[in-house]
Design a protein around this ligand. Structure first.
Ligand code: 5GP
Length: 131
């Protein structure tokens, strides 16, 4: 059975897309720690990031770098934090979170409640900065 993230890639479940290429897809986390919190996933279904093939990890990290650079331009921050958790969704993903402080990476923090309009605006702002 397809994972929820594969359904997102297929367009069966809506998402706020930030970037895409042949292998990877980036979209806003629906329960963001900060405005701009983005998930980067491989289109190929693999449960856990560290189970990906070496060349896929390398390519995914380069793709995530492009997304992180765009996030930093769209949402000025000290740095963009990166995390691999994978405790909830069994489809490999990287979290990218714009940080104003170390505390912004605490996944136990309360999540932002954003409207559909706000999500759309955030995704579009980041997408415009993708090179
Ligand atoms: P993890 O597996 O890394 O522990 O957490 C999965 C992340 O995916 C969570 O931050 C959660 O908010 C996000 N997430 C789960 N389901 C969806 C979904 O259907 N759409 C989006 N955009 N994000 C999701």
């Amino acid at each position: 059975m397809a994972t929820i993230f594969s359904k997102i890639v297929a367009g069966e479940i809506p998402s706020y897309k930030v970037a895409e290429d042949e292998q990877f897809y980036a979209f806003l986390d629906i329960n963001p720690l900060a405005k701009g919190h983005t998930l980067v996933i491989p289109k190929r279904e693999v449960d856990y990031f560290f189970d990906l093939e070496d060349d896929e990890i390398a390519a995914m990290q380069v793709f995530a770098k492009r997304v992180a650079t765009a996030i930093k331009k769209a949402f000025p921050c000290i740095k963009v934090g990166q995390a691999v958790l994978g405790l909830e969704v069994p489809h490999a993903h990287i979290h990218l979170v714009p940080m104003q402080s170390e505390k912004d990476m605490l996944f136990t923090n309360p999540k932002l409640q954003l409207t559909a309009e706000e999500f759309k605006e955030i995704a579009s702002k980041i997408n415009k900065e993708i090179i």
